[in-house]
Design a protein around this ligand. Structure first.
Ligand code: SF4
Length: 207
């Protein structure tokens, strides 16, 4: 069965509405912001003044307004919204919440992403870290604030702890040493000689 699809031209109401007048009231704090109101005239026999209500018809009923459904409304607040920056923050917050919910539900894709990000972090694959993060642009720009060079994208540290105290790199060192000596031997060394494993009788009862 063939169904003919006809493009409908939307019809919008423009111009003045019956028995009412559009008025613009300047704000007390920001007089340059004018709020559209509508004064609805009542029948002369009522003896009552016009009723003023908030006008929700937008620019469509403004005098002399040129309406184009295809073009949409002029982006009067676009620069203000972009400068405020909170739209992007809101979207990222939403992404974090959705990711946390996915993890809580045990969604495999969310777990895979976190696992991949952890491996990239431990292996100092900075580009992979940025790309796997929920906000790659911010992650990259925060990293580049202090370490902007390309060489820093493969560095075995970041500016948080610095090259001497990077615990991730120290972990690599310890692991390399352990592999040299053998994991069992290294564990025994700590168990017998170090204070990493403390006998339970040495624990103070009031600690
Ligand atoms: S320097 Fe600190 S924050 Fe940066 S990668 Fe190493 S452990 Fe992580």
């Amino acid at each position: 069965m063939n169904i003919a699809i006809t493009k409908l031209t939307p019809v919008v109401t423009t111009g003045p509405l019956p028995a009412s007048t559009k008025v613009l009231k300047a704000g007390a704090i920001h007089p340059d912001i004018r709020v559209p109101m509508r004064q609805i005239a009542l029948h002369p026999n009522s003896g009552e003044p016009p009723v003023t209500v908030y006008d929700s018809s937008g620019p469509y009923t403004a005098e002399g307004a040129a309406i184009s459904i295809d073009a949409g409304l002029p982006h009067l607040r676009e620069s203000w919204i972009v400068a405020r920056g909170d739209v992007e923050v809101g979207v990222i917050t939403y992404k974090i919440a959705a990711h946390a919910a996915g993890l809580a539900k045990g969604h495999p894709a969310e777990q895979a992403r976190d696992g991949a990000l952890s491996r990239a972090r431990f292996e100092f694959r900075w580009e992979d870290q940025f790309n796997l993060s929920l906000d790659p642009e911010t992650a990259r720009s925060m990293h580049d604030e202090t370490l902007p060079k390309e060489a820093h994208k493969v560095a075995h540290f970041c500016s948080m702890c610095g090259p001497k105290f990077c615990s991730m790199w120290i972990s690599h060192d310890i692991r390399a040493e352990a592999q040299k000596e053998g994991l069992e031997a290294m564990a025994a060394k700590y168990r017998d000689g170090g204070d990493l494993y403390m006998p339970v009788e040495n624990l103070r009862s009031d600690a």
